[in-house]
Design a protein around this ligand. Structure first.
Ligand code: SF4
Ligand code: SF4
Length: 94
């Protein structure tokens, strides 16, 4: 199984975001119910690996049709802004 790529993230204030891309090695989506980005944290410093874009290492949202055994089977996902955090916009209810 290939890791889903994070093709875009709109949460510019997140520490891993530079140029609308996520530069963590991998992120975790979900708190068990809501498809939020669980790796998000707000910082004025921006880190990660700038030459790489993130994959989805784990997803806890079993209600999504792309979720297989708590992993994301989509080729890629997009993360957008929801209130004060990021949400997986590729989420789709089973
Ligand atoms: S909110 Fe999540 S997907 Fe977006 S840059 Fe931060 S860690 Fe990456
Ligand atoms: S598309 Fe679905 S399974 Fe994949 S990360 Fe988003 S919520 Fe999780």
């Amino acid at each position: 199984m290939k890791m889903a790529n994070v093709s875009e993230c709109a949460v510019s204030e997140c520490a891993y975001n530079t140029g609308k891309s996520c530069h963590a090695i991998a992120i975790t989506i979900g708190d068990g119910a809501h498809p939020m980005c669980d790796t998000f944290f707000k910082s004025s410093a921006h880190g990660g690996i700038k030459s790489q874009t993130a994959g989805v290492g784990a997803c806890k949202v079993a209600s999504c049709r792309h979720n297989n055994d708590f992993e994301c089977s989509s080729e890629s996902i997009k993360v957008g802004i929801c209130e004060d955090h990021g949400d997986c916009m590729t989420f789709s209810m089973r």
